[in-house]
Design a binder for this molecule. Structure first.
Ligand code: NAI
Ligand code: MG
Length: 502
């Protein structure tokens, strides 16, 4: 670990927020869990308890769903104009921006990511998402439809469609981008007039709870957004199965995605899923600027410590430049400063939890025992906190777990290829289909490969470019539906066809 330049001292408002006894937001009130129980959230840089949070369970979910139902059916939310709804969401974005530093620090405390990243990525992207969705509130439109009913000859009709909110939405989010995932979920749900019960990840509930305060300040009526922290197996499962929830939106593991689908079957609630990935990132030898392909490939896997569903975790490199590219990525990895997210020179913080540390280390052991070689990294970093060394694995084969399964840590498998057709087959040889990268000067080749890859996002000569206007989501077992863009609005609205003679 490099010596610290200067440890950033968290703002007073942040330390005082963290040290509170955290409650849950139900029907506009901050309340303790029905059971009175709390659970700890940890500081992943030290492994110490950071805060105690009200532990939501079935009873709290029931209360929150009841509040959301009442707000949906009877509250002022339904009566507000689309413009007023949009303005409240815009105000939320403004408030988030005004409190940018506080949110960034909270995220660094709870998730471990470098503060400098939370400041320029997590919080601004969340604010931008709310603004983008605020604009949509006034643009949710139906169509007028010329119909030609054969069995009522001569009769004319006025037929049109309305787009209406789905109703009460349960949203279950992960810990890798805690605030941003809350924004991705809440923004479209609110723009389209739904009410929500949000369950943040048990590892990182703090920014969602602080966001709850801003939601109140923005004038979003009581009961429209309810926030129930708690564990997945209890609070999350109760929300997914609840008979009065009309839709559940989930981001997390593919394994839990399957459980959500099963739980949703009871009342056939609508489901959208954003799940795991094992994304191929392909570097051709004809790339214009090999250095930028190398640094892009390094950040494709090492950004957010590899805890990205779209991480470029399978690096395919054309044989003639394989050694050069691997060497370049290794050079990048060797310069990554590992440390507390609050140290200004830190590039990579800890993984989020002991569980994730164990999971990633198990993958490393499995890969190494099957004959993979770590050119750099390959193990835990230090003894305190949940740090893992950035790792580049070579000598892998398609059957190894490290090539097939999502590791969700800073671990890339580098694999040479010779033939483009063979490459596409290999790249698609996964149960996932979230994202992919292609680096080449030949734009025709790039577009052809983009069309052949079974992935929801393809980045050409770039990686990890996100925008509120750009839809994101998975083919195959990476999920159902899309987040962001106007595509997401379809998942939060029902279409009603209205028809009358004229
Ligand atoms: P997870 O899928 O268990 O947790 C994600 C969310 O689902 C959390 O809010 C959790 O409380 C909730 N949850 C867990 N079990 C549930 C259940 N039975 N019913 C309803 N909700 C439930 O993910 P976890 O255990 O934190 O991480 C495991 C692996 O999942 C990671 O190693 C990674 O591979 C993948 N993952 C993928 C993410 C993505 O962005 N697609 C985000 C987080 C994890
Ligand atoms: Mg889990």
């Amino acid at each position: 670990m490099a010596t610290a330049l200067k440890f950033v001292t968290p703002e007073d408002s942040v330390t005082s927020f963290v040290s509170r006894k955290h409650k849950m937001l139900i029907n506009g009130k901050w309340v303790a869990a029905a059971s009175g129980k709390t659970f700890p959230t940890y500081n992943p840089a030290t492994g110490e308890v950071l805060a105690e949070v009200a532990e939501g369970d079935r009873e709290d979910i029931n209360r929150a769903v009841e509040a959301a139902r009442n707000a949906f059916e009877n509250g002022p939310w339904r009566k507000m104009t689309a413009s007023e709804r949009g303005r409240a969401i815009w105000k939320l974005a403004d408030l988030l921006e005004e409190n940018l530093e506080e949110f960034a620090e909270l995220e660094t405390f709870d998730n471990g990511k470098p503060l400098k990243v939370a400041r320029v990525a997590d919080v601004p992207l969340a604010a931008d998402l709310f603004r983008y969705m605020a604009g949509w509130a006034t643009k949710i439109e139906g169509n007028t439809i010329p119909i030609s009913v054969p069995y009522t000859p001569g009769q004319r009709y006025l037929a049109y469609t309305l787009r209406e909110p789905v109703g009460v939405v349960g949203q279950i989010i992960p810990w890798n981008f805690p605030l941003l995932m809350a924004a991705w979920k809440l923004g479209p749900a609110l723009a389209t007039g739904n009410t929500v019960v949000l369950k943040p990840a048990e590892q990182t509930p703090l920014t969602a709870l602080r966001l709850g305060e801003l939601i109140q300040e923005a004038g979003i009526p009581d009961g429209v957004v309810n926030i129930v922290p708690g564990y997945g197996e209890t609070a999350g499962a109760a929300l997914a199965a609840h008979p009065d929830v009309d839709k559940v939106a989930f981001t997390g593991s593919t394994e839990v995605g399957r459980l959500i689908v099963q739980a949703a079957a009871g009342n056939l609630k609508k489901v959208s899923l954003e799940l795991g990935g094992k994304s191929p990132n392909v570097v051709f030898s004809d790339v214009d600027d090999l250095d930028s392909a190398i640094s892009g490939s390094a950040s494709a896997i090492f950004f957010n410590h590899g805890q990205c569903c779209c991480a470029g975790s399978r690096l395919y490199v054309e044989e003639k430049v394989f050694d050069k590219v691997v060497d370049g990525v290794v050079q990048h990895a060797s310069k990554i400063n590992i440390g507390s997210g609050f140290e200004p020179e830190t590039d990579m913080g800890p993984l989020v939890s002991q569980e994730q540390l164990n999971r990633v280390c198990n993958y490393l052991e499995s890969g190494l025992s099957e004959g993979a070689k770590a050119v750099i990294g390959g193990s835990r970093h230090g003894e305190k906190g949940y740090f893992v060394k950035p790792t580049v694995l070579v000598n892998t084969n398609e059957n190894m777990k490290v090539v097939q399964e999502e590791i969700f840590g800073p671990v890339v498998t580098a694999i040479p290829f010779r033939d483009t057709n063979e490459l596409v087959k290999k790249a698609n040889n996964t149960s996932y289909g979230l994202a992919a990268g292609v680096w080449t000067r030949d734009i025709q080749k790039a577009n052809r490969i983009a069309s052949e890859l079974r992935a929801g996002t393809v980045w050409i000569n770039c990686y990890n470019i996100f925008d509120a206007a750009l839809p994101f989501g998975g083919y195959k077992q990476s999920g159902w539906g899309r987040e962001m863009g106007h595509e997401v609005l379809e998942q939060y609205t029902e279409v009603k066809a209205v028809c009358t003679p004229m």
